[in-house]
Design a protein. Sequence first.
Length: 319
Amino acid sequence: MSTPPVSSVRVRVPATSANLGPAFDCAGLALTCHDHLEFAVTDRGLTVTVTGEGAGTLPTDESHLVVRAFRSACDELGWHPPGLRVTASNTIPQGRGMGSSAAAVVAGIRAAWALCPNVEGPDEDAVLRLATELEGHPDNVGACLHGGLTLTWTTERGPRFDVLAVDPRVLPVVLVPDTTLSTHVARALLPDVVRHAEAAANAGRAALLVHALTGEPSLLLDATEDRLHQRQRASAMPGSLALLDRLRAAGHAAVVSGAGPSLLVLALWHADDDRSDPAGSSAAHEVAGLTPPGWRALPLGVDTGGAQVESGRPQVSSA
């Protein structure tokens, strides 16, 4: 007796912070802040329900990014379910540089691959390629898919990735303002040409960043210095750059998280901290003490698993 096709799956996708200072468009860090989504094949129509972050503002029709990613993956797979129900419980802040769009893209693609009855499992190269096409660059989607510190690059065969373990002494703290910033707007502020000296400086810092994050976190302040993209976007987020300067002057390895306006601080655990409680750590309190009103401090861990898929019941439900 053959096993009936799976008709529902649950997907958990992590927030991500890309660039990490000098590693522009080629490095991302997965964080322990997650969106949880359930996808169910139905006999007709589309139903989208959103709770948490984005509720009341995100679309609930075919224009929802999760649905668009799901449909694109279905086209890739040559499979078109009769109906779909998506239930999203979001905790990743929207439009704040924490990879909410990458999480939506990855969730939709992973769900399509898991539900499609014509495939045994995901083709990781195809998944990363499609996610990159939809997102525009591979840094966030690579980290969201695979967790940890993910390095991405592009070859003639398409985007590639490798995952590195982050030194356990590193404590990520994300500082989230009330304001949002479109990635499209932020990228439009970048110059088309950069000076050779600036490019060389960033290349050196990006190389140092990998060493610092994976084995020598005492070097993170120097390793996170950027000359290519952060100050070039200051006009779109002056408050973020002012806070960035304050944190770095105090010795904290702070960077703009993705396109901003959030900041990521790569803090260090103190020897007497309880490692099970990031919010109670001394470093998190120090960072929060430098953060002005109107900002949220989110002490987080490094997500090492990336996007996770759980199968549901193998039966078709009604819309």
